[in-house]
Design a protein around this ligand. Structure first.
Ligand code: HMH
Length: 220
C-alpha cells in the first residue's frame, strides 16, 4: 500500500521536512500530555477558519476533476467535500465545549498565508494533478500527526482524544490512501513540468503546515 508510487518517493526524499510537519512539537505535546490548552484552543479556532477555506479549495479540486472527465475520482473527492460539512459542525461543537468564540476570531498570519495558497488553485491553469497531489498531502499531514497521538503509549489528555481520532482513525487513513492512489496515477501520467510543479506544491504544503503548528503553539 502506497509503495512504489511518486507520492511515497517524495515522502522518503523529503523525510526531514515531512517529519517536521508530522512530528511537530505541538502534536508531540498532545501525545505526551504536556500540551498547553491555550495553544490547543488557538489551533481549534484557527483551524475552523482554515477548514472553511478548505471547502472552497476542495470545490476547485472537484471542478478540475470533473473537467478531466475520464476518471472515477469524482466520488472520492465528493465524499471528502461532503464530510467537511460534518467537520464544520464538529468544530462548532468542540468550540462550544472549550468556550472558543468562533465568531470573534480573526485569522493569524500563517493561516492567512495558507489560505492564500489554497485560493491560488482557483486558477484554471493549475492542473488537476497538482491540485489532487496538494489535497492528498494536506490531509496526510493531519492523518499522520494525529494518528501518532493515539498510538500505543500515548499520554494524550482524554478531552483531546476525540480530536485526534477525527484525523487519526483507520477510516481517515484509508481515505488518505485513496487520495494517494489517485495522485500517484495522475503523476505517473503527467509530463515532467507538471510533476515538478506538484513536487513544489507538496513541499509548500509541508512548509505551510509547519507554520500552522508554529502559529498554534506560540502567538506570533
Ligand atoms: C491546517 N491542515 C490544516 N488543517 C486541516 N484541517 C487539515 C490540514 C486537514 O483537513
Amino acid at each position: 500500500e502506497g509503495d512504489g508510487g511518486t507520492a511515497a518517493a517524495w515522502m522518503a526524499t523529503h523525510r526531514g521536512m515531512y517529519e517536521r510537519a508530522t512530528r511537530h512539537p505541538f502534536t508531540v505535546s498532545i501525545r505526551d500530555g504536556s500540551v498547553d490548552l491555550a495553544a490547543f484552543k488557538r489551533w481549534l479556532g484557527q483551524d475552523y477558519m482554515f477548514v472553511r477555506e478548505f471547502v472552497a479549495f476542495l470545490a476547485s479540486v472537484l471542478l478540475k476533476c470533473c473537467k478531466q472527465s475520464d476518471s472515477s475520482d469524482m466520488e472520492t473527492i465528493l465524499g471528502g467535500l461532503a464530510s467537511l460539512s460534518d467537520e464544520l459542525s464538529w468544530f462548532k461543537k468542540e468550540a462550544a465545549k472549550w468556550s472558543v468564540d468562533l465568531a470573534g476570531i480573526s485569522p493569524l498570519s500563517s493561516n492567512m498565508e495558507y489560505c492564500r495558497f489554497l485560493q491560488s488553485f482557483d486558477d484554471p491553469e493549475i492542473s488537476y494533478t497538482v491540485a489532487i497531489t496538494t489535497f492528498w498531502i494536506i490531509e496526510t499531514v493531519y492523518q499522520d500527526s494525529f494518528a501518532s497521538c493515539i498510538e500505543e503509549g500515548n499520554k494524550t489528555p482524554a478531552e483531546l482524544l476525540g480530536t485526534c481520532q477525527r484525523w487519526g482513525s483507520p477510516e481517515f487513513k484509508q481515505y488518505c490512501q485513496s487520495l494517494q492512489r489517485i495522485a500517484d496515477r495522475c503523476l505517473a501520467n503527467a509530463p515532467p513540468d507538471v510533476v515538478k510543479n506538484a513536487e513544489e506544491a507538496f513541499l509548500r504544503v509541508l512548509e505551510l503546515e509547519i507554520g500552522f503548528w508554529d502559529m498554534s503553539s506560540s502567538q506570533s
